[in-house]
Design a protein around this ligand. Structure first.
Ligand code: ZN
Length: 133
């Protein structure tokens, strides 16, 4: 398994509308998609910068992992998503190398990507997402 590029950077925010304004007005980027992922109890907003996307995440429920992240650490960089050819294979490969997984199998994320997370305790503190189309 070797990631081909960084697909997106996930950023936890407290208020999606406020955050979209910042990224549009200050950073000059255009939000091209807002999407709720019920499964993960988040609302997301996407921006493109070159080949990389910025994914803003706002919790839609106090049980969302984004809610506990923001409560513990405040808003900020939450995860880095690496594009791989096959998410299931990349997860299995990481597990075989002793990495603890959050997802044993790929699931559907925003933008209909097949996503899976590695546990940050196994990745030197960087919450790592694998994704593929
Ligand atoms: Zn993501």
């Amino acid at each position: 398994m070797k990631p081909t590029h960084i697909e997106h950077i996930g950023i936890a925010v407290e208020n999606l509308d406020e955050a979209i304004k910042y990224w549009e007005n200050v950073m000059g980027l255009e939000c091209y998609n807002v999407e709720e992922v019920a499964d993960q109890k988040v609302k997301t907003a996407f921006f493109k910068i070159g080949d990389v996307k910025i994914e803003l995440l706002e919790a839609t429920s106090p049980e969302s992992t984004i809610a506990s992240f923001v409560e513990k650490r405040g808003a900020g960089v939450h995860h880095i998503a690496f594009a791989v050819e096959n998410t299931d294979e990349a997860l299995a490969d990481a597990e075989a190398k002793g990495v603890r997984l959050i997802d044993k199998q790929a699931r559907k994320g925003a933008e209909n990507l097949n996503i899976g997370f590695l546990h940050p305790k196994s990745t030197l503190g960087v919450l790592t997402e694998f994704c593929c189309k």
